[in-house]
Write a protein of this length. Structure first.
Length: 215
């Protein structure tokens, strides 16, 4: 059965791999599964047809036969469970990789997203007042993560779905200057985005933005 995911018709990230369909594309590339993409406008994302797949009107979604999923983390987990390459065979190592998936999305990502929201949606005065507190939260998490990673290439042995999600989360700090304060995390992200599967996913997402008509 053909896998179909949804993505922005014209991504607000400018095709730079920040939109969350990137995580799903990367996972599918890592496990060697072909997929199709259905592009959606912001208007279409709030219409009944899409809301039946994603009750919150966002992307990505995942469809395969009669299975429909939403939430990028859940989709990556589904892919990793059903195809070799993203979760270890050893039961304990597998459980640890899944733990890192949750850590990426539940512990590391929230303050990073808070920073983005403050930058784009809040007035300048309020943003300037809040930014030091948000950045302090981010640095606390990055310091803890940096300490745990140490000199290792990946979070727990071989590359896993936990690393895939963590790298996409940390990439959201690009341009802030914060990630560069932690050389081992910067190198970690660089290793992730150097993977051939990531490069294929990035080119595919960028091609959508490049081909989209200018608003």
């Amino acid at each position: 059965m053909t896998i179909t995911i949804t993505a922005f018709e014209r991504s607000p990230d400018g095709g730079q791999g920040m939109a969350r369909d990137m995580r799903v594309r990367w996972a599918l590339e890592e496990v060697g599964q072909p997929y199709g993409v259905r592009l959606l406008s912001f208007k279409a994302m709030k219409e009944p047809a899409h809301l039946a797949l994603h009750p919150f009107g966002q992307i990505p979604t995942y469809q395969e036969g009669d299975l429909a999923l939403f939430e990028s983390g859940a989709i990556v987990f589904h892919i990793a469970e059903r195809h070799a390459g993203l979760l270890p065979d050893d039961a304990n190592a597998r459980a640890r990789a899944i733990t890192w998936m949750f850590a990426a999305l539940n512990t590391v990502e929230p303050p990073i997203v808070d920073r983005e929201v403050a930058e784009y949606l809040e007035d300048e005065t309020w943003y300037e007042q809040r930014l030091p507190f948000i950045d302090e939260r981010i640095r606390k998490r990055l310091g803890e993560l940096s300490g745990r990673l140490g000199n290792a290439d990946w979070l727990d042995g071989a590359f896993s779905a936990g690393d895939l999600l963590m790298v996409t989360v940390l990439r959201r700090l690009e341009g802030s200057g914060i990630l560069e304060e932690y050389p081992n995390l910067s190198a970690y992200v660089a290793r992730g985005i150097a993977r051939p599967a990531y490069k294929r996913a990035f080119v595919a997402q960028l091609a959508v933005f490049t081909a989209a008509p200018t608003a």
